[in-house]
Design a protein around this ligand. Structure first.
Ligand code: PEP
Ligand code: MG
Length: 612
C-alpha cells in the first residue's frame, strides 16, 4: 500500500518518478492530470467526485493470556463470529431486496467461511493451546488461507482471497473496533475508488448514489466487477496505484468501455469524455429499443443470440438485455470457490436455480474445464510441462471419474426443471465424445434406478476448440446434437500462441486466415451433418467479426451479456447475402492484419453510430 507522502509527490514534477514507477508504464502524468489504464470490467462512462474507500485492518498485536482467561477469550471470539454472521445475513437480505436473490448469492461464500468449523475450531483450539488472544490467532489463520489462495496463480482463486479478507476484517471489527470508511456517507453521484471492493462494501452502499467503481485490484470476475455489471454502472479494475494517487473529492473520469481513468482532468480532457459519455448514452438508449425485437437479418434469416455466464449473479443483468438463453455456462467457479469438491446436491441446486430462472430458454451447461490455468486448491495435479496441453477439461474428468459422474448427475437432474443441454470441453477426437456419452448414459441409468427425475431428451454438444476437432467436425457432428466453437482456445492451439502470455499477445490473432478457415469448415461440416453450429468464444461478441460469422452461416452467437444488443443491432441491419459477400472477401485475404483492416473498414462505414 502506498503512503500518503508518496501521493503528494505526484503534484510536483521533480518528484513524479516514484508514482510513475509504482504504477508501471500504464500511468501518464501531465501537471495535475493523471491518466491510468486498467481493465474495463463494466461498460459506461462516469465523471464525478472521488469517494476514497480505505479499509484499514484494525491493528492486531500479540496479547498473551493466562489459563484462567481462555474460556472468556473463546466466548468473546464466538460472539464476534456470531455478530459477523448476523451482519452477513442482514446484508444478504438488503442485497436480495435491491438486486434479487442472485445478487445476494455472493454472501453465501462468506457465510460458508464463517460456518467452516475448520476456521472457527482451529481458532478456539489455538487460543487454548498457545494462550494467545483471539484476534491474533484468527488473523494468522485467515492470512494463511489468503496466502494459499493468492499463491494459486489462478485469477478466480486469487479474487476469492478478497472474500477471506472481507470476512477477516468483519470479525476483527467486532473484536477490536472499527476503522473503516463509512460507506453510508457516500455523496450523491460519488465515484467509489478503492484498493479493492469487498462484497460487504458494495452491499453497504446505497446503489442509487454510486456512479462508478475504480479499483487498484481485481479483474472481470472480481465481486466489484460483478456487482458493477449487476448495478449497471461503469467500472474499471486493475489500476494498481489509483488509491495512492487519488484524493477525496478530486474529479475523476471512469471509462468502463476503454479502461481509461483520469484524475483531476483538464478542461479539454473533460470535454472529450463528456462527449463520449453523451454518445454512449445515446447508443445505449437506441440499443435498448431493440431489446425485444428478434435477432433477424433484413432478409429474414433468424440467428440465435445467447449469453455466456460464469456466475449465477449474472442472470439478473442478463434479463436487462432481453429474453435470451445461456449458450455457455462455465461451471468451474463452483469448484474453484470452494474449499473442497462441491457435492451433487450443491451442484444440482445451483444448476436448477439457473435453469429455472432462464425458462423457457435453454441453458447450455459446460462440464468441468479445470486443468490448464484453473486448478482448485483441494485437487492434486501431476507436475506438467505444458498444462494447457495436458490434463484439462474432459481429459481430467476421465481420470477423476467420480467428479465427472457427480457433475453429470447434477446436470441431468437439473434438466427436470427446463431446457438443459450439455457441452463437453477439450474434445480432441470422436473417442473423447463417445466416452463422454457413455458417462452420460451411465448417469442416466443410475438416476432411473434411483427414481430421480430428469429430462429424457438432453442435447449433447461438442466444443470445437482444438484444431483436430475442427478438422474432424463432420465425424463429431454425426454423433452430437450441436457444435459450439470455442475460439479462445481454438486460436491458441491453431497458432501455437499461449492465450495468457502477454509477451506474445500480439501473435494471438483472431482473424488469422488459418483460424477463419477452421471456423468455416466447422460450420459447413456441422450443417452437412444436420446439426446447428454456435460460437461461445470471445470472437462471437466482437462486433468486427459479426458480419463475417453471420456470412459463414453461424447459427448461434453466445456472447457476454453486455454485448448482446450491439451484436443484435449489427445482425438486424444487414441482409444475409451482404454478410455472405463480406465473408467471401475476408476469406480471400492472406493475412490477419488485412482481414482486420477490411472488417474494421466495413463496420466503421456501415455502423458509424456504434462508435463511442
Ligand atoms: C473458448 O475456449 O473459446 C471458451 C469459450 O472456453 P474458455 O474460454 O472457458 O476456455
Ligand atoms: Mg476453452
Amino acid at each position: 500500500m502506498r503512503t500518503s507522502s508518496t501521493r503528494t509527490t505526484v503534484h510536483s514534477p521533480e518528484d513524479e518518478t516514484p508514482a510513475r514507477e509504482a504504477c508501471g508504464s500504464a500511468v501518464e502524468i501531465e501537471g495535475d492530470e493523471v491518466r491510468l489504464r486498467g481493465l474495463a470490467v463494466s461498460p459506461g462512462i462516469a465523471i464525478g467526485p472521488v469517494f476514497l474507500v480505505t479499509h484499514e485492518v484494525p491493528e492486531v498485536g500479540v496479547r498473551h493470556l493466562s489459563a484462567a482467561e481462555v474460556a472468556a477469550e473463546k466466548a468473546r471470539f464466538l460472539e464476534a463470529v456470531e455478530a459477523a454472521r448476523r451482519e452477513i445475513q442482514d446484508l444478504r437480505d438488503h442485497l436480495a431486496r435491491n438486486l434479487g436473490e442472485e445478487g445476494a448469492a455472493i454472501f453465501e461464500v462468506h457465510e460458508l467461511l464463517l460456518s467452516d468449523q475448520a476456521v472457527v475450531e482451529a481458532t478456539t483450539r489455538r487460543i487454548e493451546r498457545d494462550l494467545l488472544s483471539a484476534e491474533h490467532v484468527f488473523t494468522e489463520i485467515m492470512e494463511g488461507h489468503e496466502r494459499t489462495l493468492e499463491a494459486t496463480n489462478n485469477e478466480l482463486f486469487q479474487q476469492r482471497a478478497a472474500d477471506v479478507r472481507d470476512v477477516k476484517r468483519r470479525v476483527l471489527r467486532h473484536l477490536v473496533g472499527d476503522r473503516r470508511t463509512a460507506l453510508t456517507k457516500l455523496p450523491e453521484r460519488g465515484i467509489v475508488v478503492a484498493r479493492e471492493l469487498t462484497p460487504s462494501d458494495t452491499a453497504a452502499m446505497d446503489p442509487k448514489r454510486v456512479q462508478a467503481f475504480a479499483t487498484d485490484l481485481g479483474g472481470k470476475t472480481s465481486h466489484a466487477a460483478i456487482m458493477a455489471r449487476a448495478l449497471r454502472i461503469p467500472a474499471v479494475a486493475g489500476l494498481h496505484c489509483l488509491t495512492a494517487l487519488a484524493r477525496p473529492g478530486d474529479t475523476i473520469v471512469v471509462d468502463g468501455l476503454s479502461g481509461e481513468v483520469v484524475l483531476r482532468p483538464r478542461p479539454l480532457t473533460l470535454e472529450h469524455f463528456e462527449l463520449r459519455r453523451q454518445r454512449y448514452l445515446r447508443l445505449s438508449a437506441s440499443l435498448r429499443k431493440i431489446r425485444d425485437l428478434p435477432c433477424r437479418t433484413l432478409d429474414g434469416k433468424d440467428v440465435t443470440l445467447s449469453a455466456n455466464i460464469e456466475l449465477p449473479e449474472e442472470l439478473e443483468s442478463l434479463k436487462e438485455f432481453g429474453p435470451y438463453g445461456v449458450g455457455l455456462y462455465r461451471t468451474e467457479y463452483l469448484y474453484l470457490a470452494k474449499p473442497g469438491p462441491p457435492t451433487e446436491e450443491e451442484l444440482y441446486q445451483e444448476f436448477a436455480k439457473v435453469v429455472r430462472a432462464m425458462r423457457p430458454h435453454s441453458v447450455i451447461i459446460r462440464t468441468l474445464d479445470i486443468g490448464g490455468d484453473k486448478k482448485p486448491d483441494w485437487m492434486t495435479f501431476p507436475e506438467e510441462q505444458n498444462p494447457f496441453l495436458g490434463l484439462r477439461g474432459v481429459r481430467l474428468c476421465f481420470e477423476r471419474e467420480e467428479l465427472f459422474r457427480t457433475q453429470l448427475r447434477a446436470i441431468l437432474r437439473a434438466s427436470a426443471h427446463g431446457d438443459v443441454k450439455i457441452l463437453f470441453p477439450m474434445i480432441s477426437s470422436l473417442s473423447d465424445l463417445r466416452r463422454c456419452k457413455e458417462f452420460v448414459e451411465q448417469a442416466r441409468e443410475e438416476l432411473r434406478r434411483e427414481g430421480k427425475p430428469f429430462a429424457e431428451k438432453v442435447e449433447i454438444g461438442v466444443m470445437v476448440e482444438i484444431p483436430s476437432a475442427a478438422i474432424t467436425a463432420d465425424v463429431l457432428a454425426r454423433e452430437a446434437d450441436f457444435l459450439s466453437i470455442g475460439t479462445n482456445d481454438l486460436i491458441q492451439y491453431t497458432l501455437a500462441v499461449d492465450r495468457g502470455n502477454e509477451h506474445i499477445a500480439e501473435l494471438y490473432r483472431t482473424f488469422d486466415p488459418a483460424v477463419l478457415r477452421l471456423i468455416k469448415e466447422t460450420i459447413e461440416k456441422g450443417h452437412r451433418a444436420g446439426v446447428w453450429v454456435g460460437m461461445c468464444g470471445e470472437m462471437a461478441g466482437d462486433p468486427l467479426a459479426s458480419l463475417l460469422l453471420l456470412g459463414l452461416g453461424l447459427d448461434e452467437f453466445s456472447v457476454s451479456p453486455i454485448t448482446l444488443l450491439e451484436i443484435k443491432r449489427i445482425i438486424r441491419s444487414v441482409t444475409f447475402s451482404e454478410a455472405e459477400q463480406v465473408a467471401r472477401w475476408a476469406l480471400e485475404l492472406p493475412t490477419a492484419q488485412q482481414v482486420e483492416e477490411f472488417l474494421s473498414e466495413v463496420i466503421h462505414r456501415r455502423f458509424p453510430d456504434l462508435q463511442v
